[in-house]
Design a protein around this ligand. Structure first.
Ligand code: KG4
Ligand code: ZN
Length: 345
């Protein structure tokens, strides 16, 4: 079984080929973050996808040493994401499938993230908990099988990655803020500043990061003299370390409690924030203490990529999923993925 996966939901164009369960290629283009606009401009991203997508699909096939005629199925991200960007990959995927007379599988971007650890060996066993932490989402999900998901909780305001990005911006660290804060935090004192741990003891699985971000903002305002803020490198490092410690305390604390409550041993942490080294260290340490197994994808598999799209499509095909051309692009996650929707996005 040879599957081509295509991903173009936001600011990365990607194509990947899986053959008989093994990843043969995973080509991911550079980001289309538009520094001069301070973010991704949807129209510019769509145009960049249009230019990039065919060469990237060709490259993925070439690297895998697979011809289009050898493909058994095509999968592409359907949503959530930027509609213009999604349409590029989704329609190319459908066109290829029609032209080749093979099934087309639409893939939910978040669902693909949830299974990104299945690209590695070992991977979680069912049932497992997955914490999806990216720039746009913070979701804690119980996964009983492919297609059987319970949303335990999500953020009620900012996503975890969004908080990293906003704090990074306040500190003048550029975009995205997460990797820069991760780097600088190592040099700072995590106990220097007492930032809040929002909803850590809420007794449910909801998250909130907006208040934490605002605390950092108030701290910076308090440090300004006559409206001018000058921070020494060691102060920036202390803010990064203290902020990151607060985020890690909340994410790890709530995740581990949920695992205990649900009686689940396997935990996957996916999405861009899962690359955070302190979060990884904390979870690995705690997991060892508690006899849990933690699975975190390699960097290229934690950020947006087509390998996870092809992997999920393969899992669905193994379970006899049928292809369909009747799959529109959609912008928001909504609730259709989950059997129980407790909260949020
Ligand atoms: O999953 P992703 O690549 O894209 C989506 O948002 O879908 O996640 C990007 C997010 C950004 O907010 C970025 O700041 C964060 O992941 N991130 C990190 C780290 N690397 C990326 N956050 C904390 N520590 C990191 N090392
Ligand atoms: Zn993503």
């Amino acid at each position: 079984m040879t599957i081509l996966g295509i991903e173009s939901s936001c600011d990365e164009t990607s194509a990947a080929v899986m053959r008989d369960g093994a990843l043969r290629s995973n080509v991911v283009s550079s980001q289309y973050f538009h520094a001069e606009h301070g973010g991704v401009v949807p129209e510019l991203a769509s145009r960049a996808h249009l230019t990039a997508i065919l060469p990237i699909v060709r490259e993925a096939l070439g690297e895998a040493a697979v011809t289009v005629q050898e493909l058994d199925a095509v999968a592409a991200t359907q949503g959530p994401g930027l509609i213009g960007s999604l349409l590029v990959g989704l329609n190319l995927g459908k066109a290829l499938a029609v032209g080749l007379g093979i099934p087309f599988l639409p893939v939910n971007h978040i669902e693909a993230h949830l299974f990104s650890t299945f690209l590695q060996d070992p991977h979680p066993s069912f049932p497992f908990l997955a914490l999806a932490v990216s720039g746009g989402h913070t979701l804690l999900v119980r996964i009983d099988d492919v297609g059987a998901y319970t949303l335990l909780g999500g953020t009620i305001d900012d996503a975890a990655g969004e908080a990293f990005d906003k704090v990074g911006k306040m500190l003048g660290l550029g975009f995205p803020g997460g990797p820069a804060i991760d780097r600088l935090a190592v040099e700072g004192n995590p106990d220097a500043l007492a930032f809040p741990r929002p909803l850590l003891d809420s007794g449910d699985d909801r998250f909130s990061f907006s208040g934490l971000k605002t605390s950092v903002l108030y701290h910076l305002r308090g440090r300004a003299r006559n409206g001018v803020l000058e921070l020494h490198a060691n102060e920036i490092a202390d803010i990064c370390a203290s902020f990151q410690r607060a985020v890690v305390d909340v994410l790890a604390g709530k995740l581990l409690r949920a695992a205990h409550r649900e009686g689940i041993r396997d935990i996957a942490v996916v999405g861009g924030v899962s690359a955070n080294r302190e979060l990884q260290l904390r979870l690995r340490h705690e997991a060892e203490q508690r006899g849990l197994r933690v699975f975190i994808p390699d960097l290229l598999l934690s950020t947006d990529n087509a390998a996870m799209v092809a992997r999920l499509a393969a899992l669905k095909l193994e379970r006899h999923a049928h292809g369909t051309l009747d799959a529109p692009a959609f912008a928001r996650l909504g609730t259709t993925l989950f059997s129980t929707d407790n909260v949020g996005r």
